[in-house]
Design a protein around this ligand. Structure first.
Ligand code: GLC
Ligand code: CA
Length: 566
């Protein structure tokens, strides 16, 4: 008998919810300037209600010069001009709440924009009261203080002539890292969080929160293929990160009933158990990256750039490990897509016209029947696919642009053709093309010129066509969400992996009380032998993505979920 941990799992609204991530720039443009905005989101609340999601996570909507599309904030208490005003935000929040939908804000506090008043002050002089809000170091032998690479190419240090020192930026040079060692910085962060909580928001997604505490010795990191050093050993889950989060929890989070999820690139299971500990002393859950990262077997050409695809058995091994290890002590978040990832149907599934719909549904089934809180990224519920990059001019994301300059132009390590093929496969802009609302010009996203080109397949793939089609990816997501709301076993049931050596079928069970849920998904375009459903067991089919099953096999990309009671 398997021990049933579910009984002791503390219940929480955010464990029972389905989250929908909005990338506001690309969701809906209400005023025709080509950029999505808050009024656009408000206008689409009926769509989100129809889908059935419980929570919206908004990628950053704060004032920003948009070096990294809002992940570089210049005022935490103001709305980005492109997106509207604080009044538009209040309207959205109230309308969402009326519709029974909660709102979670992105919290980007590992760094600010270099145009934030704190940084403008900080760079003025070494004596400035804001100097210590950021991480300044003198050079070493006329060079950077250490060998760390920025996540967006080049050194993580930028020389500033005004004071003759370098500041640290783990991301772009317009995203200087805040110095969390300074208690004043932490006070500022807690204050701004309180400002938003008092407005009535329902939670935070915390951007790269695993990086806020740096090893104060700032040692060189192991040298990577691009010649720079890896900062991870000294910044990922650094020495004081848990102390800081516990302080944040005491000072802010514990006073409200919030969903909190930490973006935690590089996080190990052991660390995740601390961040997302079920006693609620830190965060509700974290995003881990193993299944979307290097570990999934897709290989790489240089750094993250690859034309490879993940291998299901590796993805399964990673996801099952997280399911197993967090059981009873921390809560998982479940995702395949977000604004930093390629489209999941293109990456994990099959975006050819023949298999797109079925494989998108299969992936959704495989993810949504697992234990944890599922996240849907805008357009995923339509089976939106990767786009195509014909030249650098098609790119908007600074990560792509910087990588091109470094690896193609300067170092000539990669040909333009190879780089474009990598972009087609993994570039973040694949996720950032406008939401495909209908078959009209610009997919109904804007009446103006969209800030980034619409994916040319919008005439076939769009919300208007899918909403009324019971066989669409949209309708399928609707059903998956409704199932989660109806069946406790999907939320709280124990997870038990099955067939862990099968090359094609990802299968598992969930158990709660006298109920058993059996899930099997064929991740390949070939029929796969599978006898899991052959015994005459009765039971009820909760969902499947095909018309008729075949005994002894799963059809290409078939997914099937059965519920049994004993
Ligand atoms: C996170 C965000 C990403 C951003 C980076 C720097 O990874 O998801 O979009 O570029 O942090 O803020
Ligand atoms: Ca607009």
């Amino acid at each position: 008998m398997q021990e049933n941990t579910a009984q002791k799992e503390p219940r929480a609204w955010w464990k029972e919810a389905v989250i929908y991530q909005i990338y506001p720039r690309s969701f809906m443009d209400a005023n025709g300037d080509g950029i999505g905005d808050l009024a656009g989101i408000t206008s689409r609340l009926p769509y989100l209600r129809e889908l059935g999601v419980d929570v919206l996570w908004l990628s950053p909507v704060y004032a920003s010069p948009n070096d990294d599309n809002g992940y570089d904030i210049s005022d935490y208490r103001a709305i980005m001009k492109d997106f509207g005003t604080m009044a538009d935000f209040d309207t959205l929040l109230a309308a969402a709440h009326r519709a029974g939908i909660k709102i979670v804000m992105d919290l980007v506090v590992n760094h600010t924009s270099d145009e934030h008043p704190w940084f403008i002050e900080s760079r003025r002089s070494k004596e400035n009261p804001y100097r210590d809000y950021y991480i300044w170091r003198p050079g070493k032998d006329g060079k950077e203080p250490n060998n760390w690479a920025s996540c967006f190419s080049g050194s993580a240090w930028q020389y500033d002539a005004a004071t003759g020192e370098y500041y640290l930026h783990l991301f772009s040079k317009k995203q200087p890292d805040l110095n969390w060692e300074n208690p004043k910085v932490r006070d500022e962060v807690y204050d701004l969080m309180t400002f938003w909580c008092d407005k009535g928001i329902d939670g935070f997604r915390m951007d790269v929160i695993s990086l806020i505490s740096k090893d104060q010795r700032f040692p060189d990191g192991p040298v990577k293929p691009d010649g720079y050093g890896d900062f991870s050993p000294y910044c990922v889950s650094g020495p004081r990160v848990h102390e800081y989060l516990q302080e944040m929890n005491r000072r802010v989070l514990s006073h409200y009933d919030l969903l909190t999820v930490g973006e935690a690139a590089g996080v190990t299971i052991e660390e995740a158990k601390k961040y997302a500990r079920s006693d609620g002393k830190e965060l509700g859950m974290v995003f881990q990256f193993e299944h979307v990262g290097e570990g999934n077997g897709k290989g790489s050409i240089i750094e993250k750039w690859t034309t490879g695809k993940p291998k299901m058995p590796k993805v399964r091994a990673i996801l099952n490990k997280w399911q197993r290890e967090l059981a009873g002590c921390a809560w998982n978040s479940l995702y395949l897509d977000n604004h930093d990832q390629p489209r999941c149907v293109s990456m994990f599934g099959n975006d050819s016209p023949r298999w797109r719909v079925r494989s998108a549904k299969m992936l959704a089934t495989c993810l949504h029947m697992q234990k944890g809180t599922p996240y849907i990224y805008q357009g995923e519920e339509l089976g939106m696919t990767n786009t195509q990059f014909r030249s650098l001019a098609d790119c908007r994301d600074l990560e792509e642009i910087n990588a091109w300059h470094e690896y193609v132009d300067e170092q000539q390590r990669v040909t333009p053709e190879t780089m474009l093929a990598c972009f087609d496969n993994v570039a973040r802009d694949n996720a950032r093309t406008p939401m495909q609302w209908d078959a009209s010009e610009n997919a109904g996203f804007t009446t103006g010129t969209p800030w980034i080109a619409v994916n040319p397949n919008y005439r076939e793939i769009n919300a208007a066509a899918e909403i009324s089609d019971p066989d669409s990816v949209f309708s399928y997501y609707q059903r998956l969400i409704a199932l989660r709301h109806k069946y406790d076993i999907i939320v709280y049931g124990d997870f038990l992996p099955l067939l862990e050596d099968d090359p094609a079928v990802y299968a598992y069970e969930r158990r709660l009380g006298n109920e058993r849920l059996l899930v099997a998904c064929n991740w390949t375009e070939h029929e796969a032998p599978c006898t899991l459903f052959d015994a005459p067991m009765g039971g009820k089919e909760l969902i499947t993505n095909i018309g008729a099953h075949k005994k002894g096999a799963l059809l290409p990309y078939e997914a099937r979920v059965m519920l049994f009671e004993s």
